[in-house]
Design a protein around this ligand. Structure first.
Ligand SMILES: *[C@@H]1O[C@H](CO)[C@@H](O)[C@H](O)[C@H]1NC(C)=O
Ligand SMILES: *[C@@H]1O[C@H](CO)[C@@H](O)[C@H](O)[C@H]1NC(C)=O
Length: 178
C-alpha cells in the first residue's frame, strides 16, 4: 500500500514537471525570444563566446532590446577595464615602474568607457561607439608598450577581456540605427 502511494506521487510529480516543461517551451516571450535576440546580437560581434559570457550572466539581458544589450555590453567593458586598471595600480604601488604607462592609459580606457556609458544612457549611440573606439586606442598604446613578454604575462587575461568586450560593444553599437 505504501509503495503504491509513492508511485502515485511520483506519477503526479512527473506529470507536473511535464506541464512546466510544455509551458516553458510554448512561451516564446518568456524564454525563446530573448535567447534568440541575444544569439543574433552576439553573432554579429567579433567575439561571440565572450559576448555570451557577458550577456548571459546579466539577468537584465532577458528583458531588454538591442539597445539595452549594447548598454550591458559596455558595462562588461567597463568592469574588465576597471579590474585591469586596479591591477596595474597594484604593480605600480609595489614599485614596478615599467607599468606606469599602462596604468595611465588604462585610466583613459576607464574614463572613455565610462563616458561611452553616459552617451548610451542619453541615446547617443554613434558618440558612444566613438568613445569605446577611443578606449581601444588607449588600450593599444598600453599593449604596444607591454610588447616585451616579460611584462605581459600577469596581464594577459585582463588585456584579452578588455579588448574583446570593447570590440563586442562597438560591434553592437554600430548596428543600432540612430
Ligand atoms: C551598469 O552597471 C551599473 C553598476 O553596476 C548599473 O548600475 C547599471 O544599471 C548597469 N547598466 C546596464 C545597462 O547594465
Ligand atoms: C578619452 O581618453 C582620452 C585619452 O586617450 C582623454 O584625453 C579624454 O579626456 C577621454 N575623453 C572622455 C570623454 O572620457
Amino acid at each position: 500500500m505504501a509503495m503504491l502511494r509513492k508511485d502515485c506521487l511520483k506519477i503526479i510529480f512527473l506529470h507536473f514537471i511535464f506541464l512546466v516543461a510544455v509551458k516553458i517551451i510554448h512561451d516564446p516571450v518568456l524564454v525563446n525570444g530573448d535567447v534568440a535576440l541575444i544569439g543574433r546580437v552576439c553573432s554579429i560581434t567579433p567575439y561571440p563566446a565572450d559576448c555570451h559570457n557577458c550577456l548571459d550572466s546579466n539577468p537584465l539581458s532577458s528583458r531588454v532590446d538591442m539597445r539595452g544589450l549594447a548598454g550591458i555590453a559596455i558595462n562588461c567593458s567597463y568592469a574588465a577595464a576597471v579590474d585591469l586598471d586596479n591591477l596595474f595600480n597594484e604593480y605600480v604601488q609595489y614599485g614596478q615602474s615599467q607599468y606606469e604607462f599602462c596604468f595611465q592609459q588604462f585610466d583613459y580606457v576607464v574614463q572613455n568607457v565610462s563616458s561611452a556609458l553616459q552617451s548610451w544612457k542619453n541615446n547617443r549611440y554613434p558618440e558612444s561607439q566613438n568613445l569605446v573606439t577611443k578606449a581601444v586606442g588607449a588600450y593599444l598604446k598600453c599593449h604596444n608598450n607591454l610588447i616585451d613578454m616579460r611584462y605581459l604575462e600577469p596581464f594577459l587575461v585582463g588585456l584579452a577581456k578588455t579588448r574583446s568586450s570593447c570590440d563586442n560593444a562597438i560591434g553592437i553599437l554600430s548596428r543600432i540605427g540612430s
